[in-house]
Structures are given as structure tokens and as C-alpha cells.
Write a protein that binds this ligand. Structure first.
Ligand SMILES: Nc1ncnc2c1ncn2[C@@H]1O[C@H](COP(=O)(O)OP(=O)(O)O)[C@@H](O)[C@H]1O
Ligand SMILES: [Mg+2]
Length: 1143
């Protein structure tokens, strides 16, 4: 890289989020950059452009960048990335820096990277078996558990290991076993990012840690076996294939590994030679199973694995004989499966596994039958259809008789009773109970929600069974112990935003807001700790938290309160909820209305904006099973339906209230009314609150899973999706927070080494003295150095008037405000230049001295050299002066010559131009002359034609007049004889009338001829007018040309009078032509007047005809023709008049 200004930066890119570039300079508004262009997204790297296929020069607006500064790349002098396993070591820590560091490591097969205490796990989509071997597991346990004593001081043991999930699990175990504090690992990420796998990896490692420093020597206990194997069991019932992940968990879970902390003495004197903190059991809490997936799933997706497993099972008839020969397609809730293998194993094989594992947690014989039959009932319910009852659309009856009969048999319920439960709804008022029929659609919906409820209850029942089998309270040391150490693992859905976001998404995002709040708090605490350790004032840290969003959701007038309020209203409505929520939270900066959907609203979550559609919010939040259906369930012989439809607990043993509340069989409990039953959200909020309370008592560690590409391919990293996830996972927020005060940091030793040349020790002396400890002296040196180097950036706060802190020197590191380190980096080379020159000077002097010092001869020679040098300089100076003088004289001469040549060339050029224009003007005029002759001829011809037509018309009118008179006379003469001879006269009259008709026809024809003659005349007139306009325009342009020529000819004294004369002549000709045309126009005007007059005469004739002719139709026809002619004549006159002013 050449000049001082050039630096390796990142610039924004619409397609690839951030791309590397070289900044070559900038003005106030733009930075100028050279951008290397790569083959594809994958090949874009921080490599100084060495892999680029070409370069492009560009400029970028500075306003698009934080404080107008382009983020710098973390590269060496040649522009090659300096990757770090811990991103806190990156000199420039920003979004782009994180992205390219992760990309580099991902490409090198290193899925884990650290940002302080957070592990970022990029899903590799390929198994690197070598990083999960027993040897690797033991190495982490050894370094981070058995050999690590935090109280003994020393460096960070993580410096000796690469970032890994094992690092988090080891530190958790150390924290619990030797720190005595409960721990938790919070794993988050979007679906398919690798959360569940990460939890499994961590769990397996913790299980191996607790075996002691010589892991592998101990036999695995049945408890451990159960704990580890219970995971796939939950997956069979709670996981499904989605487009994002073949084995996606559709519920959230918090697994608590329980540890026996040993005796009091052991706790006080922990030995690192053996494990005294051993696994005693585990408990699992499940959150928000996705119920909708039971009745519907998208294309390319599946419902829960267990359905496919049962249908594929070899021994399925054991559970229900009617399953014999059934296929997926026969069940509406299942349908054609897009795959029948999950993680390389067939559904049938998975089923065998599921049954074995169920056996391990004690679900055998009757219990196994109960569970499987409950699942089969759900399957069968999907096939129940309804139709209008007896032609009444408001009532319904079951139309799938066979399926329904089979279902009733399976549930052990009378068909009539169940049909009524499905097709009618019991309503209760204070005084009476009555039934309302349901239409087929509502009956089907009721059946589906019944199926969903049964499935989710069966799932919770299974969770309780697993907990019963694994919980330390019940299983460890015969249930004699109650207090255990905890390492909790949270595998929970990440932040979600789809095209349409429903109630479930709000619940999920609410959970993420809660976790984010904790995350921010924890990160803040760790930053606080670091600053304290470095001795940096704490008041420098400020950060944004998400309390306003949490307030909006769970506050007094928040969304939750509003929705619950709406749910207890007798006719609660989704839209009313939205209206009230918007009105009550007008001041919230996080809530906004959806202008295109009145039932919609939006929330600014910490991870981004989400638009929610409140349709179904009220019903989803109530979700109380209608009393009819819960009564039907209670009648079933299946225990899950009969006893567990209202049990929300995830455990049986520590919730005595829930157990006591369980109704006994035969005495079904009525479903609670909405007024008293807690809403779904209220329950969920309670569940979350207890989770948060539980987490609060632990020391939390975070693993953020990232899905690097959508097609789930190895090696590939797509920038935009990765960055979005980093933002959602709070990684960027964590970095921002940890660097909010001082975004950049550097070890003091590096500061001293890198920027020493920018330190003027005399002006800025260090307070460090030789007798000080090295780190303390270094701290003082750095303080003075940075005060000197950053002096150009020093400014005072306009409010307080005090100097603004732009850097802070801690005990081991220096912290820089935004832009400060960038300033140092860009001025470093400038400082180096000055020092290089200084060094060169010293070196040359030294060499010269060495040469000269010595003999007198040498000194004499030295004097000669100096004299020679001085004379040479003097002569050079004089010669230079002389040359300057000569240059001036010569320049003047050349200037004069050039001027003369220029004038001459100009004259010649002007002359040629005038000749040229004269010639073309002449040519133009000849053309106009010719055209004028032509037009005159045309006018003359038109005149002749018009006169001819006019005479003819006058003649015809005269003859028509005479004929009309004759007709009138005849009519008068013939009235009397006609009275005497009616028949004869009638005939004669008829003939007359026919004649009159002929006459009218003739007149019409004549009129038509006249009309066309008129049209022609009009067209000709138009032509004449156009020609005239052209002539006028030509005249004007000719005038302009003449004026130009005139101007030029004034400059030149000769050869212009002839042209002027000619111009005058043409002007005159033109004027006389215009006069002629005016006359012609007047003539046409007169003609039109005559035509009008003639038309009026014709009207008079027609009046007479009108008075005397008795045939009304005939009269009307004649009048019409007359009127037409008259209006035409008027139009002609008007046209003639309109044309006149232009002449
Ligand atoms: N550490 C890993 N190494 C290799 N592949 C992984 C790893 N983590 C996840 N995967 C792959 O990604 C898929 C999805 O992971 P999973 O943990 O189920 O995602 P999530 O629980 O976040 O939805 C797994 O089925 C596996 O193929
Ligand atoms: Mg999962």
C-alpha cells in the first residue's frame, strides 16, 4: 500500500452486506475506494484482493457509516486477515469484522469462536469427528476443570484451548463443583442452527466431566444412561421435519442436570483429584409445544415423528388391530410423507428405538399402550368428517361413519354420546343449561382442537414420565436427598418473524425478549468486571436495554393485560384487543399500528420489527376445551384422556397441588369458565417467570448457534443471513455494549511498540520512572504517548466545557473511543516517514564524518569538497536564473507568433463561412421562389373551381325556385278539382308528392355536391394557410440568417452590400406575397358570406314549401337538409374568419 491515506476498510454492499475494499482518500461527503471483485460470495475474503478477478474504483457516501468512519479490516500490512479464536482480540470489533473472522474459521473447519464469554457455534453441516473424541473431551476437562483453579491466580486457561462447547461445559462444571454456584447454558439460534445438537454435545461432556479426572474409568450409571437417552425420546414426540431442519424441536426445553454436591466437608475442601460433584439425575421443563402442527403442516414438512413411526411400525397392530395395512396417506393429519427416514434411520427403526427408550423410563405394558393409543386416537380423529344434518346447514352429523365407529371403539365411548359432544355445544346461563347445534365446519374445528389437546396432554404426560424416571428427587439414593447442584441447559426457539405472525410467534418473541434482557444484564456485568479490573471509570458505560418492549408486553396496560381482559369479556374480539392495546400504549416507542390491517399491529423487538396479525389471538389465548369435549374425554378408558386433560405440570412429584387437583375417574371435572381459568398467555408468563427466576440463581453462559446458509451446505457462509442471526442472537448488541464506551482496545505493550514514533517525549513526558514495575511504567508511558498522538483529536464537551475522553489507559490495555485508533493507524506511517528521514540524516552524517575525520589531507580534501559543492550550488543558481530569463523572452515571442497565426486563421475561417452561408441562402431563396409560383398557380386553380361551382349552384337554386313556384301554383289550382274528384286527385297528389320527394332528393344531392365543393375549398384554404405559415417561418429564419450575416459582414468591410440588396429585394417580394394572400383571404371571406346568404334564400324557399306541403315527414327531411347546409355555411364562414388574422 502506497500513500498514507490508503487503508483496508469494509464497505456496505446490498448483496453481501459488507465487502472488503481499499480506501484511497475522501472528501467531506464521500470516501474513494478500490473494490476487489470476486468470483462469488464464497471467495470474498480479507486477502488484500489477491483472490479477486478484477478491481473497480468507486466512492461511498460517508453518511452511511457510523460517525462517517469506514470500519477497518483486521489485517496485516499486505491486507491478509489476522484471524482470532476470541473476537475480543480483534483490534477493530464491528459487525463486518465479526463476519469475516467467523467466515475464515468456518471455511477452515473451525465451527466455534469466542466473543468474551459467549461461544458462537456456526453449524458446519458436516461432522468433524476429530473435535468430539474422548481425547478432546478429556483435554478440555483437564485444562478447564481438574488443573484450573480460579483462586490461584494465573492467566486465563482458555488461552490454551480453542473455543468449543466443551469449554462452556467444562467451565460450568468447574463453576458448580468448585465455585458452588448453580450454572446454566443458554443455547439459542434459529431453527436448524444446531441448538439441540449443541445441548447434546454439552450434556455428554458434562456427563463425562463428572466422572472425574480419569474419565472413562467409571462405569456409566443407569441414571446417566437414562438422562442421556431421554433426549431422543422427547424428539420422537416433540420434533418434526420442517423446511429448515429435518429434526426440528417444536417445543422449548430446559433440562436441569442435578448433581450430588458431596458432603459438607467435601464441599469445603474440594479435591481436584477426584469428582465429588456427581450426576444424580435430571429434570426437564417443556414450553409451548407447537399444537397447530398436529392438524396441519406445510409442503415439504411433516407432523410429529411419532405418527410416521407408528404407521411404519412392524408391530403396530399390537396397539390397535385396525392399523393393519394402513399407510400415511390414509390419515388426513399425516398425508403423504416427504421422507420416511430421519437422520439416516427409517421411521420403523426409529419406532423400535422409541419403544426401547420408553421402556428405560418405565413406560411399558399398560402405560405404553395408553400412550400409543392416545396417539392413534389423534390420528383417527383427523379422519372424522361432518355433513349437514337432515339438510339443515346449521346442524351437523358425522359423515365418516366407519372411521367414527372405529374411533369410539378405541376410546371406549358410546358412539351416540361422542357424536353429540362433537356436534353440539352446551351453553350455560345462570338459570338454565341448553344445547346449541354446531354446523359441520365448527364441528370439524372442535374435533381438531380436541385432537390437539389430547396430543399435547400426551406429550406432557410423557415429559412427566421421563422426569419421574430421571429426577434425582425420586431416583437418587432412594429419594432421600432433596438439594442438588444444578447445571441447566436451555434449548429454546429463537426470535421468529414470518410473513404472517400469530399468537405463537408473540409468545416465542416474548420469551426471547426476556432472555435478551438477562443476556444484556450479564454482558453488562462482565464489562463492568473488566473495567473494574483495568481500573477504568465505570461511568463511561452506557447501553440500551429492552425494558420498554418488556413493559409493552407484560406491563400493567401491556398487550398481555389487554388480551386477557378481552378474553374475559363475553364476546371478546381480536380487533377490539388491537384497538385497546394501541390506545393504551400510545406512548410506547415499541408499538405501532398496521395501517393496512386493522387487526394487525407491530412491535419493535430488540432483534427487529415484527408485524403481528391478531386474528385468532383471543381464541388461542383462551383455548379452554369446551365442557362437552372434556366430559367426553373423561369417559374414555384411556388414562391420559380420563385423568390428565387438565394437568399442566411437567413433573408429578414436586407439584402436589397439581396431583391433588387430578380428578378421579368417573367424577369428571367440568371445564372451568373463562372467568377463572388462566389464559394460555398467563400460564406461559408464569412458566417463563419461574424459568427466569431459576436462571437468575445460576451463573449463565451463552452459546449462540448460527445457521451459515439456507441450503444447509458445508463450508458455505452466506453473509446476509449470518449477519441477521448475529444481530438476533444479540452478538452484535453484546459487542456494541461491551464496546459502547471504548469500541477499540489494544494491549499497552502493543500501543508502545506500534505508535512510539508519534510520541514527542519532550512535550509530553511520561510519569513513569525506572524504579517502577514494568507494567506500571508502561501504563504511564502509554498515557503520555497517547496524549501526544491523539492531541489533534482533543476537544471539549460543549455542555460541560471539560475535555472529552478519547482514550483510557488501563492496567494492561488501552481503550479507545470511536475513531481514535483509526486515527492512530492512519497517521502511523506519516510519523514513520519523519523518523526515517531523521534516521537517514543521522546515518549519513555519521558516514561522512567517519570518512573525513582523520588526516589533514583528508580535512583539506573535505574543505575542497565543500567549496566545490558551494560553487556548484552558486553556479547552478545563476544558471537557473539565466534559464528563467530566457524562458520568459522566448515565451513572449512564441505567444506573439501564435496570436498572429490565430488571427489570420480566424479571418480565413470567417470568410469561408460567409461565402458558404451566402451560397446556401441563395439556394434557399430559389427554393422559396419556386414554391411561391406553385402556390400562386394552386390558388388560381382553386379560384376557378370555386367560381364554376358557385355559378352552377346559383343556377340550380334559381331553377329550384321556379320549380317550387310552379308547384305552389299547381297545388292551388288543383285543390278545387281535387275536392270533386277525390280518387283521381289523390292519385295525382301522390304523384306530386313523389315528385316533391324527387325534388328533395335532388336538392339533397345538390347540397352534398356543394358540401364536398366546400370541403375541397376548405382543404385548399388550409393548405394555402400552411404554406403561408411556412413562408412566414422561412422568412423569419432567413431574417435571422441575414442578421447573423449582417453582423459578420460589419466586421469585414468588403463583399456585403450585394447580399444586403438581395435581402431587401427578398423582403419586399415576401411582403407583396403576404399582401396577395391577404387579398385572397378577404375574397374567400366574401365568398363564404355569399354562400351564407344563398343558404338563407334556400331557407326561405323551404319556408314556403313547409307552409304548403302537407306531408310532415317530407317537410322534416327538407328542413333537416336545409339546417345542415346552413350550419355548414356558417362553419365555412367561421373558418374563413379564423384564418384571416394569421395572414
Ligand atoms: N456440531 C454439529 N456438527 C455437525 N452438524 C451439526 C452440528 N450441529 C447441528 N448439525 C446439523 O444441523 C442439523 C440441525 O441441528 P439441530 O440441533 O437439530 O438444530 P436446532 O435444534 O437449532 O433446530 C442437525 O440435524 C445436524 O445435521
Ligand atoms: Mg432443536
Amino acid at each position: 500500500m502506497g500513500g498514507d491515506q490508503e487503508s483496508y476498510v469494509f464497505i456496505r454492499d446490498p448483496e453481501y452486506a459488507w465487502i472488503p475494499a481499499i480506501k484511497t482518500g475522501n472528501d467531506d461527503k464521500k470516501a474513494f475506494v478500490k473494490v476487489p471483485k470476486y468470483r462469488d460470495e464464497q471467495s470474498i475474503l480479507c486477502d488484500g484482493g489477491s483472490g479477486a478477478k478484477e478491481w473497480e474504483e468507486d466512492s461511498v457516501p460517508l453518511k452511511d457509516y457510523n460517525k462517517g468512519v469506514l470500519p477497518l479490516q483486521n489485517v496485516d500490512g499486505a491486507g491478509h486477515l489476522k484471524p482470532f479464536p476470541d473476537m475480543c482480540q480483534l483490534t477493530f470489533l464491528h459487525e463486518a469484522g465479526i463476519l469475516y473472522n467467523l467466515k475464515y474459521r468456518h471455511g477452515k473447519g473451525l465451527p466455534y469462536t469466542r466473543t468474551g464469554d459467549i461461544i458462537i457455534a456456526v453449524n458446519p453441516f458436516q461432522w468433524f469427528t476429530d473435535i468430539y473424541t474422548e481425547k478432546v473431551r478429556n483435554r478440555y476437562s483437564r485444562i478447564l476443570v481438574w488443573e484450573y483453579d480460579p483462586d490461584a491466580g494465573g492467566g486465563d486457561p482458555r488461552d490454551d484451548v480453542d473455543p468449543h462447547v466443551y469449554e462452556t461445559s467444562s467451565l460450568c462444571y468447574t463453576g458448580l463443583a468448585f465455585g458452588g454456584k448453580d450454572q446454566s447454558i443458554l443455547v439459542s439460534g434459529e431453527s436448524g442452527a444446531g441448538k439441540t445438537e449443541t445441548v447434546k454435545i454439552a450434556m455428554n461432556h458434562i456427563a463425562s466431566c463428572q466422572q472425574g479426572p480419569n474419565a472413562g474409568s467409571m462405569e456409566t450409571s443407569p441414571i446417566l444412561e437414562r438422562v442421556v437417552r431421554s433426549n431422543p425420546l422427547l424428539e420422537a414426540f416433540g420434533n418434526a421435519k420442517t423446511v429448515r431442519n429435518d429434526n426440528s424441536s417444536r417445543f422449548g426445553k430446559y433440562i436441569q442436570l442435578q448433581f450430588d454436591m458431596g458432603t459438607k466437608a467435601e464441599q469445603e475442601f474440594r479435591s481436584r483429584d477426584k469428582a465429588t460433584c456427581t450426576l444424580a439425575g435430571s429434570k426437564c421443563e417443556a414450553y409451548l409445544l407447537e399444537k397447530n402442527r398436529i392438524s396441519e403442516h406445510g409442503p415439504g414438512e411433516r407432523t410429529y415423528h411419532i405418527f410416521y413411526q407408528i404407521i411404519a411400525a412392524k408391530d403396530k397392530t399390537t396397539y390397535w388391530s385396525k392399523l393393519a395395512g394402513t399407510t400415511n396417506e390414509q390419515f388426513m393429519f399425516v398425508g403423504e410423507a416427504c421422507t420416511t427416514t430421519i437422520e439416516g434411520m427409517s421411521d420403523a427403526d426409529h419406532f423400535a428405538n422409541t419403544v426401547t427408550t420408553l421402556g428405560e423410563v418405565g413406560v411399558v405394558d399398560d402405560q405404553l399402550m395408553t400412550l400409543m393409543q392416545a396417539i392413534i386416537m389423534v390420528l383417527q380423529m383427523g379422519n372424522i368428517t361432518f355433513e349437514p344434518k337432515a339438510g339443515d346447514d346449521d346442524k351437523s352429523e358425522v359423515s365418516s361413519k366407519k372411521e367414527f365407529a372405529d374411533l369410539c371403539e378405541l376410546m371406549c365411548i358410546d358412539q351416540n354420546i361422542l357424536e353429540v359432544c362433537f356436534t353440539e355445544r352446551t351453553m350455560k346461563t345462570r338459570n338454565e343449561t341448553y344445547k346449541v347445534p354446531l354446523n359441520p365446519k365448527v364441528a370439524r374445528e372442535a374435533t381438531e382442537s380436541f385432537a390437539k389437546e389430547i396430543y399435547s396432554r400426551a406429550f406432557l404426560w410423557l415429559v412427566r414420565c421421563i422426569n419421574d424416571a430421571t429426577a434425582a428427587e425420586l431416583n437418587y439414593k432412594s429419594g432421600s436427598m432433596k438439594d442438588f447442584g444444578i447445571i441447566g441447559l436451555l434449548d429454546i426457539f429463537g426470535f421468529e418473524s414470518f410473513v404472517r405472525n400469530r399468537f405463537e410467534q408473540l409468545c416465542i418473541n416474548y420469551c426471547n425478549e426476556k432472555l435478551q434482557a438477562k443476556f444484556t444484564e450479564d454482558i453488562f456485568r462482565s464489562v463492568q468486571l473488566e473495567y473494574e479490573k483495568e481500573g477504568i471509570p465505570l461511568d463511561e458505560i452506557s447501553y440500551d436495554d429492552n425494558t420498554d418492549v418488556l413493559d409493552l408486553i407484560e406491563g400493567k396496560t401491556g398487550l398481555l393485560a389487554m388480551l386477557n381482559e378481552e378474553c374475559v369479556r363475553p364476546k371478546g374480539e381480536d380487533q377490539a384487543f388491537v384497538t385497546k392495546a394501541l390506545a393504551a400504549n400510545k406512548k410506547s416507542p415499541c408499538l405501532f399500528a398496521n395501517k393496512t390491517n386493522r387487526r394487525g399491529f407491530g412491535i419493535h423487538h430488540y432483534a427487529g420489527k415484527v408485524l403481528y396479525d391478531a386474528e385468532g389471538f383471543v381464541s388461542a389465548n383462551q383455548e379452554t376445551l369446551p365442557a362437552d369435549l372434556s366430559e367426553a374425554a373423561s369417559l374414555s378408558s384411556n388414562e391420559i384422556l380420563a385423568k390428565h386433560m387438565t394437568n399442566d405440570s411437567c413433573t408429578n412429584f414436586d407439584n402436589k397441588k397439581a396431583a391433588a387437583a387430578e380428578p378421579s375417574r368417573g367424577a369428571p371435572r367440568r371445564a372451568k369458565s373463562n372467568l377463572v381459568s388462566p389464559t394460555v398467555w398467563a400460564k406461559y408468563k408464569g412458566q417463563l417467570a419461574s424459568l427466569m427466576a431459576m436462571l437468575k440463581t445460576t451463573n449463565s453462559r451463552y452459546i449462540r448457534c448460527i445457521k451459515p446458509n439456507k441450503p444447509k451446505k458445508p463450508v458455505l457462509m452466506q453473509h446476509v443471513t449470518t449477519i441477521e442471526q448475529l444481530r438476533c442472537a444479540g452478538v452484535v448488541a453484546a459487542v456494541t455494549l461491551s464496546r459502547s464506551a471504548f469500541p477499540n482496545r489494544m494491549d499497552n505493550s502493543v500501543v508502545r511498540f506500534k505508535f512510539w514514533q508519534m510520541w514527542d517525549k519532550e512535550k509530553f513526558p511520561s510519569k513513569g520512572t525506572k524504579d517502577m514495575d514494568q507494567p506500571v511504567k508502561l501504563q504511564h508511558d502509554c498515557q503520555a504517548l497517547l496524549a501526544c498522538a491523539l492531541a489533534p483529536l482533543a476537544e471539549n464537551d460543549p455542555k460541560t466545557g471539560k475535555p472529552v475522553t478519547i482514550f483510557c489507559v488501563g492496567k494492561t490495555r488501552s481503550y479507545f473511543k470511536f475513531g481514535a485508533l483509526e486515527f492512530l493507524e492512519s497517521h502511523r506511517s506519516a510519523g514513520l516517514d519523519v523518523h526515517a528521514i531523521q534516521m537517514q540524516r543521522v546515518a549519513r552524517t555519521f558516514l561522512a564524518r567517519k570518512k573525513l575525520v582523520g588526516s589533514a589531507k583528508a580535512r583539506k580534501e573535505g574543505v575542497f569538497i565543500i567549496q566545490r559543492f558551494c560553487r556548484c550550488v552558486k553556479a547552478k543558481k545563476e544558471a537557473k536564473k539565466e534559464v528563467e530569463k530566457m524562458k520568459i523572452v522566448q515565451a513572449k515571442r512564441l505567444e506573439k507568433q501564435a496570436k498572429e497565426a490565430e488571427e489570420k486563421a480566424f479571418e480565413q475561417q470567417l470568410k469561408a463561412e460567409i461565402e458558404d452561408r451566402e451560397y446556401s441562402a441563395k439556394k434557399e431563396y430559389n427554393k422559396y421562389d419556386q414554391r411561391l409560383d406553385e402556390v400562386a398557380g394552386q390558388i388560381k386553380e382553386a379560384e376557378g373551381r370555386f367560381k364554376e361551382r358557385k355559378d352552377e349552384a346559383v343556377e340550380r337554386v334559381e331553377s329550384a325556385k321556379t320549380e317550387a313556384q310552379e308547384l305552389r301554383d299547381k297545388l292551388e289550382n288543383e285543390i278545387k278539382p281535387a275536392a270533386r274528384e277525390p280518387a283521381k286527385q289523390a292519385a295525382a297528389q301522390k304523384t306530386k308528392l313523389e315528385e316533391s320527394g324527387k325534388l328533395i332528393a335532388f336538392l339533397q344531392k345538390e347540397n352534398k355536391k356543394l358540401k364536398s365543393a366546400n370541403d375541397k375549398a376548405k382543404k385548399e384554404m388550409k393548405k394555402v394557410k400552411e404554406t403561408n405559415e411556412k413562408l412566414v417561418a422561412s422568412n423569419e429564419s432567413a431574417g435571422q440568417s441575414f442578421e447573423m450575416l449582417n453582423d459578420q459582414s460589419k466586421k469585414m468591410s468588403n463583399n456585403t452590400s450585394g447580399v444586403n440588396k438581395q435581402i431587401e429585394k427578398y423582403k419586399k417580394d415576401n411582403a407583396s406575397l403576404r399582401e396577395d394572400l391577404k387579398k385572397k383571404q378577404e375574397f374567400y371571406n366574401a365568398e363564404a358570406q355569399i354562400r351564407l346568404q344563398y343558404q338563407k334564400t334556400l331557407a326561405q324557399i323551404l319556408d314556403v314549401f313547409q307552409d304548403n306541403c302537407k306531408d310532415a315527414d317530407l317537410v322534416e327531411d327538407v328542413v333537416c337538409v336545409a339546417l345542415e347546409c346552413e350550419s355548414e355555411a356558417k362553419a365555412l364562414l367561421a373558418a374563413a374568419e379564423a384564418a384571416a388574422p394569421g395572414m
